[in-house]
Design a protein around this ligand. Sequence first.
Ligand code: ZN
Length: 448
Amino acid sequence: MTNGKTTLYRGGAIVTMDDAGTEHEQGWVLVDGTTIADVGAGVEPEADTRVELEGAVVTPGLVNTHHHLYQTLTRARAQQADLFTWLRELYPVWSRIDAEAEYAAARTGLAELALSGCTTVFDHHYVFPHGREGLIEAEVQAARELGVRIVASRGSMDLGVSDGGLPPDELVEELDAVLAETERLASALHEPGPGARVQLAVAPCSPFSVTGRLMEESAALARRLELSLHTHLAETVEEEAYCLELHGCRPVEYLERLGWLADDVWCAHCVHLSADDIARFAATGTGVAHCPTSNLRLGAGVAPVRALLDADVRVGLGVDGSASNERGDLFGEVKQALLVARGRGGPTAMSARDAIRLGTRGGATVLRRDDIGSLEPGKQADLAIWRTDGLELGGADDRVAGLVFTAPHRVARLVVGGEEVVRDGALVRADEVEIARAHRVAARRFAA
Ligand SMILES: [Zn+2]
């Protein structure tokens, strides 16, 4: 029985990322409407349309678990700064954000991600200057137009510099207003259940920009509305010192006190974790968004990802905001995750397949999505199709490992819910030249 028009993608290497890590050297994927009907090799099923893969590699669409799309407007600033210095320089610039600029920024960031094989994007937006409305709606509109899934978040900051926090007082909000706005956005935008194109998460910014009370109230609201919770955590040694001075404990202990170590929470970075912290993450089901390039760019360190995976902690990948990883390329981040794991733990610390798993299945589990992240019957038809006949893969008999070692790449085709949103390496629903041009106009207002 079929649900709609069937399409058979045939004649390529299929990397399913199912529990067993099944791959088909010469295989096919049958898409029926918005979902995957079957995956296999050998005898091929009938279909309305056949797409020749010509030796390409098919992976699940990548899942980005941490980003700040608005930061495409402010790349290459504070070039040699640590996190706190970088933030202090950029907060006043970011205070110029409005819905029009957010839309231009989101189109650019989402287009970059789509062209790097990403089908689902989490975005953490936490800068809400007073009186500027429609920021989240603007990025959701951009995602709908380009055809990718988005998990947007209503972030927040309520601990200004005069109360011992890091952000300037004019960028912090009142607790009640934050919670009311989060609830309004959830009821307007959040789609529960499989196949969701738009979801909302609750995401107070960090221990150094949010009060403990807002962290607790945010968790209570998210649990009442059945939304996921997200924040930044343990990114730098300076954050640890700040936490010890202000809260009298290290970041992970602080989060635990606030009821934030739980299976509905994932945290970005987690660079500075002790063995005991990792055990607490594992025991509570708390997830991690690993952002290796951003951590290197800000000189923050390298997260202990091998130890997290060995402890069965949920780990996904994030490009992080474009002001600290100027390149929004998620497959590039797959390679980066492999390299930093090996830099920390030696050549066996992470395989190419492990790295792809982080960027696909791992990301889906972090976002608590069991409908995406692998190529299996019944899952959403989110496919990234990678050519292997270019210069850089010559001589690579193992096309799958070769793809990781030679990244980044522009994806050849990207399928989201059965619909192609990238074809022949170009956006189907938008013109990337026009997006870049409009973005440059919007970015002028953010010039240093
Ligand atoms: Zn971030």
